[in-house]
Design a protein around this ligand. Sequence first.
Ligand code: HEM
Length: 177
Amino acid sequence: MSTHALQAMKKLDSFLKESLRFHPLGASSFQRKVRKSFKLSTGETIPAGVVIEAPNHAVARDPAAFEDADQFRPLRFYEMRQRPSGETAPKHQFVSVSAKSLSFGYGRHACPGRFFAANEIKMIVATCIVRYDVRLAEGQTERYRNLDFGASVRLSFQFFISSYGFHLPTPLREKTS
Ligand code: HEM
């Protein structure tokens, strides 16, 4: 499979990005220990010694960031890439990182392996589709539940996002009610 062929898989690319948006690997995507106290533009001071993290899940399900944020729309990012403002198209690729797309981190230390990961996943999915007929196992009517990592982190995280007035993602609301 050539690099060109992998880049041309725009619908699969969108499906992967939507999967990672809808089912993030965890409540937060990366952590940083603050070594030197600093002040945000909004006035809050982040003291030295604390650990801060990026609210990946909350951003991914925020209706202010994504239309129909609580719906899985496989072609969401493909459609965004098709819009006339062509210069924004690269922002909607699986490997793109932004303040709205934190699953691979953001900034200087964003995951360097994401390009490799994207190619590997595309090759695996493409091989499965081409070589196999895929269906649910005998007697099963729905897919298996996701593995859930970091439940305790999620609870403390819920306090964090509540106290700062962020949108509370549906799965967290269900889990704690
Ligand atoms: C879907 C698969 C992957 C996901 C979701 C993922 C996610 C992440 C995240 C969230 C970070 C932290 C970024 C930060 O601290 O700002 C990271 C860092 C990193 N990842 Fe990945 N990763 C994936 C695959 C890979 C692969 C396949 C490799 C290597 C082949 C890799 C190598 C690294 C390395 C070396 C770092 C540290 C970068 C640094 O600190 O500068 N990752 N990844």
